[in-house]
Design a protein around this ligand. Sequence first.
Ligand code: ADP
Ligand code: MG
Length: 316
Amino acid sequence: MSLHPTDLSSYNVANEQRTGEQQSPSTAPPALELDGISLAFREKRSLLPVLQDVSLTVKPGEFVSLIGPSGSGKSTLFHIIGGLLKPQQGRIRMHGRDMTGERGHISYMPQQPALFPWRTTLDNVLLGQENAPRKNTAVPPQYASERERRKEALQWLEQVGLGKFAKAYPHTLSGGMQQRAAFLRALLSPQELMLLDEPFSALDALTRADMQQWLLRMWEKNRRSVLFITHSIEEALLLSDRIYVLSARPASVVHVVDVPFPRPRREEITLDPLFIEWKRTMTSWMREEKHKLDGDMDNAQSVHKNIPEDGLNRHE
Ligand code: ADP
Ligand code: MG
């Protein structure tokens, strides 16, 4: 049986109702709204189109995933949302405000934990708050005194099993512990919207499964608005309220999945026949996109189009 989003309309309605009841009022503007984002990198006299008319929404308190082939443009999209790159077309709105090209409005967790080796775990966790801009954030933070912030961060470290490592330096922590510290740094940053770029991809399978469960519990307690990049279909289905499936480069949204499983979710749902069916359907979508990308690489000319002298503006 082939399963498509339309087959799950009743689940989608239930999901909408749950969202409306437990999260924010339906009138609240989305935490993030991408509207028709397009970007091409200029390479000498050619253009590499990377994103093509990408639109998506993250409602307040939603966990949304982006999944797409390697090299399709996912990290580039995060750089655009973070204001590091300007799209050639499209707008970015956060909580109803146009933020296109503006920096400092998101908290970000990269693929590698990126902890400073000369700072203790606690001081690394506090870094997101130190570096946050003191104005113009989409959600105004309540700034506590440094003492209070340290106390709060210590409590969080205790909660995630890192209490004893507060004064330790990152090289003494395992990969999973470093990722937990990096996640806490993003979580304690004052910006409401979190972007997580393949945070578990460098971890071994068991640690990764533990981290997924840990993230589920953390997120279910805190309900921040999250946009999460992953390569793993299972991870996306386990964690997300909605999944946007991107095409091969130039990336556009080819499928949107409203994930039908109720929360709280635990590892057991991966054995549910509906979960397995969705996994199979999404795997075939992803395989299609990968084949397109492989074909593209064999025929590299097709992505490097010649551009006229008055081509698109150079971005940063
Ligand atoms: P993903 O995160 O989906 O794996 P990326 O967004 O990192 O993909 O990259 C998408 C494409 O854009 C790749 O082909 C990559 O080589 C290219 N690319 C990324 N950043 C730049 C850049 N600054 N200049 C030129 N090309 C880039
Ligand atoms: Mg990437």
